[in-house]
Design a protein around this ligand. Sequence first.
Ligand code: WT7
Length: 647
Amino acid sequence: MSEQLVFQPSAAAIARTHVTKAQYEQMYARSISDPDGFWAEQAKRLDWVKAPTIIKNTSFAYPDVSIKWFEDGVLNVSYNCLDRHLATRGDQTAIVWEGDTPGTDGKATYRELYERVCRFANVLKAHGVKKGDRVTIYMPMVIDTAVAMLACSRIGAVHSVIFGGFSPDSIAGRVADCGSKIILTADEGRRGGKTIPLKKNVDEALAKVSGVETVIVVKVTGNPVAMTEGRDVWYEDAAAQVGAECPPEPMNAEDPLFILYTSGSTGKPKGVLHTTGGYLVYGALTHQLSFDYRDGEVYWCTADVGWITGHTYIVYGPLANGATTLMFEGVPSYPDASRFWQVVEKHKVNIFHTAPTAIRALMGAGHEFADKYDMPSLRLLGTVGEPINPEAWLWYHKHIGKERCGIVDCWWQTETGGHMIAPFPGAIPTKPGSATMPFFGVQPVVLSPEGRLQEQTKAEGVLAIADSWPGQMRTVYGDHQRFIDTYFTQYKGYYFTGDGCRRDEDGYYWITGRVDDVLNVSGHRLGTAEVESALVAHPKVSEAAVVGYPHDLKGQGIYCYVTLMAGEASDDALKSELRNWVRKEIGPIATPDLIQWAPGLPKTRSGKIMRRILRKVAENDFGSLGDTSTLADPAVVDDLIANRQNR
Ligand code: WT7
């Protein structure tokens, strides 16, 4: 029913838009028919040391996948985000910072940010960091984190930001994978009234991985932390010893900019590698057009910089556009469920961008928390990270947007660098729950699960992309074969997204969620394989299988089937022990929601776990288990159903 609802862009949105409906159609068509011409023009939004003459050089042809954009161009990302704005907007606020504790805030103008970045870059150089070196950043939501990222880009170092919620083990794995010799961290972070022991976590990680020579520690809370002589340095001490000037390193467009680890359906998280020119062109363009950003507006994306959304839509896209971007240290529920709206009023936010999981939680807390705030500054609302249910969309539109603000549902991935499917706010009518239409240069296709191209408009299947766009990841760091295996092998000639989708009669895309063994828990991506390997690492666990199930707030919850070693007592104490164990191994986002003791798992005679059955039982939908005749022991299923945890 609500899927039939269509919201036209408001008169105000149409009046101010960068791109009208007719322009969208005409520019989209050109971006597909003449990608070289289209992207050569778009590249001019950046300042290049040497402008590119070769624009698109890409192939999805299996097995020789190769992706290059602007390959003879030379530029520097931090120059584009900072230096080039100084003459026109040096005194404009670049970053507004709002602290976890109400009443704490700060800001940096473009000039101040520039100065802080140059100094930080000199600290990195003084500690031996060179172009191409990997720098791990494990920091909280403070301005210095953006400074650290930009400082890396200034000298051509490749950052690998790790979300502050990840555990010491997760840090160790990522540090080892990219071979970084330096970690930038803080004493502690703050979140929801609690402190997060960042430096302590780094210390624990470094007990498990070798090769890190330097840890630079930014003072955030000022609480005492252990410092290891000869390895650990306070940032403020190091900064006092370096100069203020740091020229930007000229980088080839295809030089790496950053690595960001993300979960896949198998194995350990993979290092998604993004490069310099294509990523920045795409990030800046999508930021400007998806949010119809204009000079002087205050833009707030509530993501953490530890995720791709924070990279592209808190730091790089907005700053390349000379925007004012807000960084929020806290959480939506602290001190209470009105915090977001207080911050919107306080900083006169024009564009607000968050995740469905936060919207659902705030909806659950009650609209009274938002009703107290008129928020006249708000113009546009964004949602990203997971499918948004129409009910939450409509609540967001009514209670936050006061039926005045458009909603931009952005579908994309860590791998895509920037938005892929999202409505241009002044051009595309929206439908609650649909990410709508593709961005310039993006050619979505719907395939049947077996790989047949669905040519009719109305279609359902898996979502793939037919050709490259500038923001696309280039490889899995250190493992190009894994890049090809993961994205280009199952459906040859296409980039496979891992998502299912439906295209309606108007050509609108409706993302239905992952079709692989990747979970989306509160907008955070998690491989079932990672949770399984954490569980089987526990001495009392013999075997584990993990699936997702629908969860009202989180989108998906984590459902674990656990087989214990012979003789272990299957009691609640052990369940909470396992929950804590997984938290410690991966991080709080991976905490199991439901654990079911499974004396046996449903396996085929060849020993393969039939996940389809496990998913059905976890969804409490076991009426239609499908064909179970290939099971080695069909009685296992009866036991699973009888003891199911989600009723
Ligand atoms: C997966 C990517 C880059 C955004 C932050 C998450 C899901 C993302 C939407 C949306 C439906 C969405 C997909 C995708 N997803 N945005 N608007 N509607 N689903 O990035 O951690 O790389 O996760 O998030 O399943 O594949 P990520």
